[in-house]
Design a protein around this ligand. Structure first.
Ligand code: C2E
Ligand code: MG
Ligand code: MG
Ligand code: MG
Length: 280
C-alpha cells in the first residue's frame, strides 16, 4: 500500500513536472515565433526635470510589451525572465532598440523634442563585443547621435565581471553613450567599483521611493543615495514617483529629475506623439 501510494505520488508529481516543462517549451517556442513576427511594442515613459516648480521633459525610457494575439498585452515580468534564460533576450532587445531608435528619428523629423532615450541593457549583453557595434550601426542608419542614448545597466550586471564591464562601459562612453545604473541600491554594490565606473547617472530604485516620505529607513537611504551621487558628480533620477508628496521629498532633498506614474505611465508611441506635440 505504502509503495503504491508512493508511486502514485511520484506519478502525480512527474505529470505535473511534465506539464510545467511542456508549458515552458510552448512559451519558449511562442516567444521565438513572436520575435520572428515582431509582436513586441515599445512603450515610452517620460522622465521629467523640475526646476523652480516648472517641469520639462528630459527624456524617455523605452519599455517593451508583448502584444500577444490571444493573451493581450503582456508586461516584461511575464516574458523577460524566460527571454533571459533562453538567450532570446538578445534578438528581442535588438528589436526594441531598432523600434525605439526609428521612433525617435521619426519624432526628430516631426520636429518633436524627446530629449534623451534610455534603453535597458539585458544581462550578458554587456559582455558581448558586438553590442556596441550593432547599436552604433542602428543609430547611424536612423541618424541618431549616441549622445542622445542613455544605457541603463544594473549593479549585479556589472559585478558579475567588473573588469570586463568597466572596459565595455568605457568603450561605450568613448562612443558617446551615457551610462546609468538602474535600480540603484537593490543590487550588490561595491562602492569602490562605483568610483571606477564611467557613469553619468544613478536611478534611485522605486522600492525606496514607494513609502516616502513616511518610512524612516527609506528617507535615510534616499538622502544617502542622493548625497553619494552628488559627491561622485553624477546626475540622479528617482523612479516610481506616484504622488506629489514623494516628488516633494525627492526635490527637497536635491534630486531634480523624476520618472513615475505621477507624471505618466509608459505610453504607446502614438500617445507619446500626442504628448510631445502638446509640449512643442
Ligand atoms: P526598469 O528598467 O527598472 O523600469 C521601470 C519599471 O517601473 C517599468 O516597469 C515601469 O513601467 C515601472 N514604473 C514606472 N513608474 C512607476 C510608478 O510610478 N509606479 C510603479 N509601480 N511602477 C512604475 P515595466 O515596464 O513592467 O518593466 C519592468 C522591467 O523589465 C524594467 O525595469 C526592466 O528591467 C525590464 N525591461 C523593460 N523593458 C525592457 C527591454 O526592452 N529590454 C530589457 N532587457 N529589459 C526590459
Ligand atoms: Mg530601466
Ligand atoms: Mg528601474
Ligand atoms: Mg529593473
Amino acid at each position: 500500500k505504502a509503495k503504491a501510494d508512493g508511486r502514485n505520488h511520484y506519478q502525480f508529481y512527474s505529470q505535473e513536472m511534465t506539464q510545467k516543462a511542456l508549458e515552458r517549451v510552448a512559451l519558449e517556442s511562442s516567444l521565438r515565433a513572436a520575435i520572428q513576427k515582431k509582436e513586441f511594442e515599445v512603450f515610452y515613459q517620460p522622465q521629467m526635470q523640475i526646476i523652480n516648480g516648472v517641469a520639462r521633459l528630459s527624456g524617455l525610457e523605452a519599455l517593451v510589451r508583448w502584444r500577444h494575439p490571444q493573451l493581450g498585452l503582456l508586461s516584461p515580468a511575464q516574458f523577460i525572465p524566460l527571454a533571459e534564460e533562453t538567450g532570446l533576450i538578445i534578438p528581442l532587445d535588438r528589436l526594441v532598440m531598432e523600434q525605439a531608435i526609428s521612433q525617435v528619428a521619426q519624432w526628430d523629423t516631426a520636429g518633436l523634442d524627446w530629449g534623451v532615450l534610455s534603453l535597458n541593457v539585458a544581462p550578458h549583453q554587456l559582455e558581448r563585443e558586438d553590442f556596441s557595434v550593432v547599436l552604433a550601426s542602428q543609430l547611424k542608419q536612423y541618424g541618431v547621435a549616441a549622445e542622445r542614448i542613455m544605457l541603463e545597466v544594473t549593479e549585479s550586471q556589472i559585478m558579475q565581471n567588473p573588469d570586463k564591464a568597466i572596459a565595455m562601459l568605457k568603450q561605450l562612453r568613448a562612443l558617446g553613450f551615457g551610462i546609468a545604473i538602474d535600480d540603484f541600491g537593490t543590487g550588490y554594490s561595491s562602492l569602490s567599483y562605483l568610483k571606477k565606473l564611467p557613469l553619468n547617472k544613478l536611478k534611485i530604485d522605486q522600492s525606496f521611493v514607494r513609502d516616502l516620505p513616511e518610512d524612516e529607513d527609506d528617507t535615510a537611504i534616499t538622502r544617502a543615495v542622493i548625497a553619494l551621487g552628488k559627491s561622485l558628480g553624477l546626475s540622479l533620477i528617482a523612479e516610481g514617483v506616484e504622488t506629489a508628496e514623494q516628488q516633494h521629498f525627492i526635490l527637497q532633498n536635491g534630486c531634480d529629475t523624476i520618472q513615475g506614474f505621477f507624471y505618466s505611465r509608459p505610453l504607446p508611441a502614438a500617445e507619446m506623439s500626442v504628448l510631445l506635440s502638446a509640449k512643442a
